[in-house]
Design a binder for this molecule. Sequence first.
Ligand code: PPS
Length: 560
Amino acid sequence: MELLVTDILQQKILSDLIDYKSWDLTDRQICDLELLLNGGFYPLNGFLNQNEYESVCNNMRLKSGELWPMPITLDVNEVFANTVTVGDKIVLRDIEGVPLAVLEIESKFQPDKTKEANLVFGTTDLKHPAVDYLFNTAGNWYLGGKLLGLQLPTYYDYVEHRHTPKELKALFAKLGWDRIVAFQTRNPMHRAHFELTLRAAKSAKANLLLHPVVGMTKPGDIDHYTRVRCYEKIIEKYPQQTSYLSLLPLAMRMAGPREALWHALIRKNYGATHFIIGRDHAGPGNNSNNQPFYDPYGAQKLVEKYANEIGIEIINFNAVSYVENKAQYLPSDEVEVNDKVLDISGTEFRKRLRNDLDIPEWFSFPEVIQILKATHPPKYKQGFTVFFTGLSGAGKSTIANALLVKLLERGDKPVTLLDGDIVRKNLSSELGFSKEHRDLNILRIGYVASEITKHHGIAICAPIAPYENTRNQIRTNIEQYGGFIEVYISTDINVCEQRDRKGLYKKARLGILKGFTGIDDPYEIPTNPEVILDTSKLSVTQSVQQILLEIESQGYLSRN
Ligand code: PPS
């Protein structure tokens, strides 16, 4: 059931909006709001209030007793929470400020995040993406209440593949499909997925709904544009008029078993009658001890328990494997002792993609490989960032400039130098040297470098960047797109102070300049830099040579 108001009511609400406070929704909240409004999260009628939240976390049920395993909450920061109170109406807006819904606040509370993490995800390990999100991104206050939907978020990409539950159900009715098996995925589909879905549809005597998630998936996943191009090729491989592709704007939590139950309920809302649960459904990979977060068959076991009340039939599927001597895919329990099973691991597959090596047709369709190869260029075609860090006067700028010249001489890719002083003049002229301002300065540099890297260029950054956490944040962002080579200029502070080219150490010692790095402001030594250089022991040429060798050994520069 959709929560969107009628046009007349919408006009009235829009004229009242001026009196309401506004909350700008985060990417995840926009996904959640869309499914709340379009009925994908039925029976929810808004963001959970405290009672419902506790009931969902503890029992996977709403107060009414209905099954609902995932807390859907509107998290806000303390500053905003302090401006609103129970009974208020607030406007929820998208990133461009378009009002999407009005929330009537019924409940405002501070969650016990540790408890939530343990109950919902079974862990407080920050390697779990949703736990990390909970502790490091989500606000500390939750607002709960009913929603009045004004409009659904607008999309311009793949509009033809996007459907609300109502639209999808109407389409199935028109096509005369009354048995529909839904397949969830957040990855490009290869032959094994194709065979598995085909078998599932055949065994259920049902039509197939490819229902990939295009909202938020696991950080580091292949972007949805690339994936949808692959799905468009795959859907053509199924027997005609048996299968349909529709995109689901869900923000996944990677919560394994609980998530599988949630996925099944959502697919029921979208009109599916059957849902495939495979091995390690919605698993987030390994924890900090290198152990899987969830039992690979935990999802199947949990959903099984609720089989009688979920209202959608589950098709459990073991992994399928390619049996070379039979030239076909078989479920693992049908493989015989003497069969020769072929496999290519995820890591091996990525390596082959990146190095433009052969990927056999039994593993994936050539059309899919072609799309993936185009978006995974070999390393020497990718961009990278060389990120210098070190004290003032350590020699960052000198080496960065010499590296710039060497890279320009080679001419492989366009190079941009983001030196500390240049950035402070052009990008961050209003900033000082407080922790907050330094972080902002470094994050801006990191953002520009990530854009350069994404577009296959070379960024050389040379700020002090004294804080490890901020440097790591930038690394994570840039490594999605290409290389990140951290170069720690380890020159001792005494040497830097003796050099004192700008006379700043002297001023800092005299107390005229406050908060100077290394004197009365901290410098956190990098734990795992790719290169360490002490400019009191190495010449500029030697230093640059070491960096070039590191870049080459990582494969980001061609040898010819
Ligand atoms: S940071 O911490 O990364 O944002 O610093 P950065 O943008 O690299 O700017 C450092 C240059 O600013 C001058 N300067 C200071 N440095 C450190 N601490 C304080 N308080 C300070 N005030 C001014 C200094 O010249 C730095 O340049 P380099 O090239 O590192 O010597």
